[in-house]
Design a protein. Sequence first.
Lengths: 297, 323
Amino acid sequence: MPGQTQDSATINPARPRETPLALGLRWLLRWKTSRAALMVLGIIVLTGLLAPLIAPYDPSAQPDIVALKDLPPSLAHPFGTDPYSRDVLSRVIYGARLSLMIAVLATIVSLTLGVAYGAIAGYAGGFVDSIMMRVLDALLSIPRLLLLIGILVAWPRLSVGALVLFLGFTGWFGLSRIVRGQVLALKHAEFVTAARALGASRRRILLRHLLPNLVSPIVVAATLGVAHVIVLEAGLSYLGIGVPQPQASWGNIIQDGADQVSTLWWMSLFPGLLMVLTVMTLNILGEALRDAYERRS
Amino acid sequence: MLRYIAGRLGQAAVIVAIVATISFALIHIAPGDPFSAVMDNPNVSERVRATLRAQYGLDRPLPEQFIRYVGQLARGDLGWSFSHDRPVHDVLARAVPNTLVLMVIALVGSFALGILIALVQVARRGSAVDHALSGISLFFYSMPDFWLGILALLAFTYWLPLFPVGGAVDPVMHEYMGLGGRIVDRLRHLALPALTLIVLASAGVARYQRAALLDVLPADYIRTARLKGLTEREILRRHALRNALLPIISLVGLSFPALLTGAFFIEKIFAWPGMGLAVVNAIGTRDYPLVVGGVIIGSIMVTLGSLLADLLYAWADPRLRDH
């Protein structure tokens, strides 16, 4: 609760109030599990960032489509090759880069929309709020995957940028409900009344006084949101309406091998394992952060 | 109570109306003609094209099209499926029961399994068993539905051929089986997709339920029960679980979107002839009316599911029931 943090700041004036981000990081480093998760995630992110340096082959090169296709894992190709003779390890590494990038960018889009919508609804209150919430209920009752399928089938051969936007557009409903609840609860807090009495504009109250109090739920939602988008994008790519070929994402590598799953098992196993590892670490971190913020409040 | 039910029903109706509006928008903001794939196809005869244009009134102004569309929806007309050459509602009407079977089994199974896991964990909270189960459920919770489906298919139909590869019945032998044989055949085909979905969904239930149980444990009535001399097992069963039951009902309502999404992938992987398989195959053939029909029906299913859960909640919670 904001009132309490205000109190602790006055009790201990020597130490400036810790920002939620710093507090979150301090908590993450405290627990063994979240420390390990942070490290594993760091390695995966680094692998993605440094993909051109790490990947042993060009991810879209098809060196010999007859002799080098469908090779099981070996020393030359630790994750095997695909039906187009491409090296699966290199594709998985580049896939990490693309899948993570898509997830992070889409989550940024969702956060922006979700915070804006939720803050407006919560701050406006009354009739506007209830209309906005009914719309949100409807949007929440459409399963996100179905909505995306409906959109993506209408736009065949979409670019990755458009995919990011659509993933972002469909991901803010849950967050905006949380934000709206927080704003609604804080709207009549004393520090808001004080700001209003001092003549602060609505926009100033929202941006300078309410938003900083929303950082912790936003950080949690962002972490879990990235995990969710990774799975979602993989699912769409698996259905053939996500990341277009020849670019590699974890989902479409699995899709490339899906027709012959019984023989090309390495094409589903390795990208999937890496994906589960990533999503797991993000879930661990998101929940550790939530615990940290709840414990503080 | 009656007022609550009426209000909740009205809310569900509004949701369905908004879903219909969104799917109308989906059809119309798409670039070009939503049926251009069909229009360009030389195999589609002039007669079908003429029917389509007349049926959708594509030359009409948008408001008029919207009214037409709502009217058609209200009569259950979801348009024409090009790839099946049948009305969409006809295709979906055959598929939805199969999806419902899968979802209901997965719902019941995953809640039973998930609650059981949570109870075991809470009874031994802090122990190695608790940590191990937490780890396992986090692992399955983090897993994409389709990936576990592929692994299950790989492991239990190819490497260890315990189950048939796909479909709802044996394509050849089913016709020649007796009643008992047919039932066994159906169950054998149902087992692996249902189990996969149960495992996927129960991970979330277990995690949620463990937290819910741990939330009620510090309550005063639990301490009273403990002081009364009840064993830990009895406290869990008679006091903690019973009070953690209401969150279970709301979790049922919240789990429908994920369950339906899971069913989509699982049906595709195991060729289970439900709505998911129909829609996913329609993606491949760009059969847009069938895809949008699936989106609408899927959303309505989710809405009805959460409506049912809310009504059940109102009935089960004495504080709400008496109002």
